[in-house]
Design a protein around this ligand. Structure first.
Ligand SMILES: *Cc1c(COP(=O)(O)O)cnc(C)c1O
Length: 490
């Protein structure tokens, strides 16, 4: 065979392009209810056919999606140290409980008397999260972290409205996740930037200088996105409270403090949790997630409806909360993610949850210490559950964080979060999570050191990576802004 006859492994076509008329993939079961005549439906709503719907047999459908799944990288295929995202292993028992027929088959309009088990689970999960955070009440309604933030900021706006105050500003540290300023803007607030101090945390002096009676809230993340604990939190909270403000904590990093300390004890008034980070169910595919909001008593009246209430041993839904911000999400939130988080919490228990945080912190510090000679540490101090490195040493050879992230793919690892937080030039944010064993972490460290050596000795090799994937470097901005969703014959 000469090299021109080499068979290229073709890209997977769209399922629509595999379609051919008349093929059937599904045989619906026989009717188990009386057949009714089409004439009883409004004629305008009936159709005989769905235009462009793919017609394809079952085996080809299964193969198509299985092939696509093999192009993916997931926590079940390899180490996924994506900082801030907590891509931890998802115990399979979570899937078993979420698939129980009584949960999976439950209709959201089912009568309360027939959904007591689901309401009990919601109510108990709220109680567990109250206990873990040290707050007074929890809503499970928000669909993800960002919506939990929005829920919190809308409640804060309502709180000040009722007090007859028109506070317009929210203080946000410059290390914040992009959703924080976006949320505040959406809720009608102006964002004021709080500059991170030398030690990688915000200082009471800086907050004091910015705080006035026009500030509704401080919105900070603890531990912050540099993986550092905001050690001045109590003092800072006191400064905010003294002028009537609210302290909002982005709780996406709860993975580092669970069982070790309670956010409620630090002066925090409201915090969103990301069940799909801290409590397994990692969300690499884009969802669904769940972003419960935990609040102190002063904000409780504004929680979204319906609330699950318990009278005697019966659970019901209460829609009549006069001061509530209303509904945030259809029905009651993403119930199946709640079942998974509930299962995870019950399985771990209080001691287990505490060891999650301890091991997450240990793993991140171990990586940081073993990589300190090969990579620059912009904030060289003990970290929490993630560590941030930079490409400063490699820039000398014209190798950047992006190049090294791409090269890691060839070594079989998902790259860490890169170029975030924004205040670190060429940041690499590594979050190993507690679920990785020493062998995996050591192999990852070896890969990172090997890439650092390649950067010194053969920089062009690193700059051309990845070599092991179907596509190499794509224009990521254009791919996101103007995706080409059609299969183009080349
Ligand atoms: C993930 C994350 C968010 C947003 O949460 P989503 O569930 O993705 O909406 C907000 N803040 C921080 C620090 C995060 O890591």
């Amino acid at each position: 065979m000469d090299k021109n006859s080499k068979i290229e492994n073709p890209a997977e076509p769209l399922i629509f392009e595999r379609s051919s008329a008349g093929r059937v993939g599904v045989e619906p079961p026989c009717l188990d209810v009386p057949d009714i005549d089409d004439a009883s439906f409004p004629q305008g709503l009936l159709r005989s056919d769905i235009e462009g719907f793919p017609e394809i047999g079952e085996p080809e459908t299964v193969r198509h999606f299985t092939r696509l799944s093999q192009l993916n990288f997931g926590v079940d295929t390899g180490f996924y140290p994506l900082g801030s995202c907590t891509m931890k292993y998802n115990p399979k028992i979570n899937e078993t409980t979420a698939a129980l027929a009584g949960f999976a088959g439950l209709h959201p309009y089912q009568d309360e008397s027939l959904s007591q088990g689901a309401l009990e689970l919601i109510s108990e999960l709220e109680e567990y999260l109250v206990e873990i955070t040290g707050m007074d009440a929890v809503t499970l309604q928000p669909a993800a972290g960002a919506q939990g933030e929005l829920c919190g900021m809308l409640m804060i706006a309502e709180y000040f409205k009722e007090k007859g105050e028109t506070r317009k500003k929210v203080l946000i540290p410059d290390t914040a996740h992009g959703t924080n300023p976006a949320t505040c803007h959406l809720a009608g607030f102006d964002v004021v930037r709080v500059q991170t101090g030398q030690g990688g945390v915000i200082t009471p002096a800086c907050v004091e200088g910015l705080m006035d009676e026009d500030v509704a809230a401080l919105m900070l993340t603890n531990p912050n996105t540099l993986g550092l604990f905001e050690e001045n939190i109590k003092e800072i909270a006191d400064i905010i409270h003294a002028k009537g403000g609210i302290v909002y904590c982005d709780g996406a990093n709860l993975n580092a403090v669970m069982g070790l300390m309670k956010l409620g004890d630090m002066g925090i008034d409201v915090v969103q949790l990301n069940l799909h980070k801290t409590f397994s169910t990692p969300h690499g595919g884009g969802g669904p997630g769940s972003g419960p909001l935990a609040v102190k008593g002063i904000l409780e009246p504004y929680l979204p409806v319906p609330r699950v209430v318990k009278k005697g041993d019966k659970y019901s839904l209460d829609y009549n909360k006069g001061k509530s911000i209303g509904r945030l999400k259809a029905f009651y939130g993403h119930f199946s993610i709640m079942v998974r988080a509930y299962t995870y919490i019950r399985r771990m228990g209080p001691v287990g949850l505490r060891s999650v945080s301890e091991l997450a912190i240990l793993n991140a510090n171990y990586i940081k210490e073993r990589l300190r000679e090969d990579f620059h540490l912009p904030y060289d101090r003990t970290c929490m559950h993630e560590c941030v490195l930079s490409d400063k040493f490699q820039n000398e050879y014209d190798v950047t964080t992006l190049d090294m992230a791409k090269r890691l793919i060839d070594y079989g690892y998902h790259p860490p979060t890169i170029y975030f937080p924004l205040i670190v030039h060429g940041a690499m944010m590594i979050e190993p999570t507690e679920t990785e064993d020493l062998l995996t972490i050591d192999s990852f460290i070896d890969a990172m050191r090997s890439i650092a050596r390649e950067a010194r000795e053969t920089p062009a090799l690193v700059k051309g990576a990845p070599y092991s994937t179907k596509t190499s470097r794509v224009d990521e901005t254009r791919a996101a802004r103007t995706p080409i969703l059609r299969w183009i014959e080349q």
